[in-house]
Write a new protein. Structure first.
Length: 629
């Protein structure tokens, strides 16, 4: 029987809502020998559309046609367009899918609570039981169906109880904890009177709001009531304990996975399933605390969280410091490999787009860097301490290697720099992405390291080009004067130290001006290149050939014997004859060449030897001219 393979799409793994649903999914997967792959991102972390575009790239990677089913936490997305792209891809794949809190897709199975009724009950409790008349509201994004229902419940509860919904007292957030702080700051800037209550659309925003109010000198619930939604661990255990809404998140995730399992086995199920949610009235609205976790259990959980966070921060510090010193891809991979063990996973796969090292080429970003390449490379695969790599695999395969067996949990997370796609990494059978508060920081650290290596590669490539321009003659493709003096000069000093004989040959082209004047400079350039080619072909492995002036060339030869002079000059003459015959030009390429052989002493210089060879060549050139006359 084929092992069921499902995909899950989620945003914001560091929030407790997706954390508990994911725990439920994973529990069912392991119990029933399934495989699950999460495609997750941290959009909205920074105020940058370019960053978010790169972060959300992971959803473009997912090829749902290779999965048997999908679970979509579309309610964790505030971006309507991203949500539509994901649901359209799942529909096109033709696989069964389960969503949460959304009846917009009749082809999908939906698990939901009655957000409206339970939120309205909570708001009415604050109004009727605690006499609140002025209420501020901290909303989630109204493009999110859950956020919309909760806002409608708040508005209707206010209106039905004869209270005004003041638009100035509404803050529109994105369900992230930082929104609570921003809402408090906006309230202070507004200079409005303190409300009787802040109603928040989730616990994350409510808890941050309470902390911000406390720093501003306001006491909850003495000065102002604050409520949340989700009944998270922190909401239950903060001081004061938060009035909120309890819903069975773990059970919802477990049920979603069980629904897919049943559907794949031919079981017919209703399209909509409603799970129970209830209001929890507690200390932050002025009610007594009814639920209290045992102090022992609470201390145990807090200690474990603290210990895990400390260990993760230490790992991140080591990783950051090590990557800062890594100046090659290979060194960066080893640094990453040295720290993967701290993630507590079975396997880690670093997957980069093909040609990633050349993407940093200019301030202008090529459109090809805003998508995943057809082929992906996996330069680092860490599996229980063993390292290997995969040179190339197709993007649609997602994994560099096929996994075996069932019960595997895979997290796909994006690597990017701004909006430039760098690739992704896969954590297999490890809860680091959902249990750590620094998973997003870990991703950024890896991404920045990849980008820095790309920059170093680009700089090195540019330096190589500049170095070539610095030492090579661009017309003839041999060394220029600067290159010759550096390289031949070093060799000359070594020969002076070892008393090794050297020969320097100076060649001067005849009649270059006449060729330029009669046939044009392009023809003169061609003649110079042919002369350089002839001289280069006469050089052995112990020789260095260069163009050191307009029509002046030089050859430096190590371990020269007396017959080396005549051998080089004869070979040069014969090669020029062959080139002239093959070229069949109305002119002949000729050159005067003179050579000097010496065993250099410590005080000799290559400049002095070059002068002697030049003088010898000049005498030959003068003699030839006289012979022609």
């Amino acid at each position: 029987m084929k092992i069921p393979d499902i995909a899950v799409v989620v945003s914001g793994l560091d929030e407790e809502y997706p954390y508990n649903i994911i725990r439920g999914i994973n529990q069912f997967v392991r119990e029933n020998n399934m495989n699950v792959s999460y495609f997750a991102a941290f959009g909205g972390v920074v105020d940058s559309r370019r960053f978010d575009r790169g972060e959300l790239s992971i959803y473009e990677l997912a090829d749902f046609s290779r999965f048997d089913g999908a679970i979509l936490l579309t309610n964790t997305f505030s971006d309507v367009d991203i949500r539509k792209k994901i649901t359209d891809k799942v529909k096109a794949a033709g696989i069964p899918a389960v969503v949460f809190e959304c009846r917009d897709y009749p082809e999908f199975y939906n698990i939901s609570i009655d957000n409206y009724t339970v939120m309205k009950k909570l708001v009415e409790h604050v109004i009727k039981e605690h006499g609140a008349k002025v209420l501020n509201y901290v909303s989630g994004p109204l493009s999110n169906p859950e956020a919309l229902k909760r806002f409608e419940a708040f508005s209707d509860a206010m209106t039905e109880n004869g209270l005004e919904v003041d638009k100035k007292r509404i803050y529109y957030g994105s369900f992230r904890s930082v929104d609570g702080l921003t809402a408090a700051e906006e309230f202070v800037r507004s200079e409005m009177s303190l409300p009787d209550a802040f109603i928040c659309a989730n616990d994350s925003m409510a808890l941050t709001l309470i902390s911000a109010l406390d720093r501003m000198g306001y006491s909850v619930p003495k000065d102002v009531i604050v409520t949340g939604f989700d009944n998270t661990f922190n909401a239950r255990n903060c001081m004061p304990a938060l009035t909120t809404v309890k819903r069975p998140l773990f059970y919802s995730g477990y049920s979603a996975c069980r629904m897919l399992f049943d559907i794949l086995n031919g079981v017919e199920l209703p399209k909509n399933t409603v799970v129970e949610a209830s209001a929890v009235f507690s200390e932050s609205c002025g009610c007594p605390l009814h639920f209290k976790e045992s102090l022992h259990k609470f201390k145990q959980k807090v200690y474990r969280r603290s210990e895990r966070t400390t260990a993760n921060i230490n790992m991140l510090n080591r990783l950051t410091a090590g990557l800062a010193d890594a100046d090659t891809p290979e060194r960066a991979y080893l640094v990453i490999a040295d720290n993967i063990g701290a993630l507590g996973c079975d396997k880690f796969s670093l997957c980069l787009v093909e040609g990633w090292e050349y993407f940093y080429n200019s301030p202008e970003i090529d459109n090809s860097t805003l998508s995943y390449s057809e082929y992906i490379t996996a330069p680092l695969i860490w599996e229980k301490g063993r390292l290997r790599s995969i040179e190339r695999f197709k993007r649609r395969e997602l994994f560099p290697e096929k996994s075996e067996g069932g019960g595997n949990v895979n997290y796909f997370l994006p690597l990017h720099f701004g909006e430039r796609y760098l690739g992704y990494y896969i954590i297999t059978n490890g809860d680091f992405p959902i249990s750590s508060l620094i998973c997003n920081t870990f991703s950024l650290t890896i991404s920045n390291a990849v980008e820095n290596i790309s920059r170093l590669e680009h700089i090195q490539k540019s330096m190589d080009v500049l170095n070539q321009l610095y030492v090579l003659d661009s017309l003839c493709g041999i060394y220029n004067r600067c290159g010759f003096m550096n390289i031949a000069g070093k060799s000359f000093r070594e020969c002076a130290g070892s008393k090794t004989p050297v020969m320097i040959s100076f060649a001067d082209m005849d009649g270059l001006k006449a060729i330029n004047d009669t046939y044009g400079h392009s023809e003169g350039d061609r003649a110079l290149k042919l002369l350089a080619a002839a001289l280069r072909s006469c050089c052995g492995k112990n020789s260095i050939c260069a163009r050191i002036g307009g029509d002046e060339f030089v050859v430096f030869t190590v371990k020269a014997a007396e017959e080396s002079r005549q051998t080089l000059e004869n070979k040069f003459e014969h090669t020029l004859d062959d080139i002239n015959n093959a070229a069949n030009k109305p002119y002949r390429i000729t050159a005067s060449i003179g050579s000097v052989i010496i065993t250099p002493a410590e005080n000799d210089t290559i400049e002095g030897l070059l002068k002697k060879a030049d003088d010898t060549m000049y005498e030959i050139k003068k003699r030839r001219k006289a012979e022609r006359h």
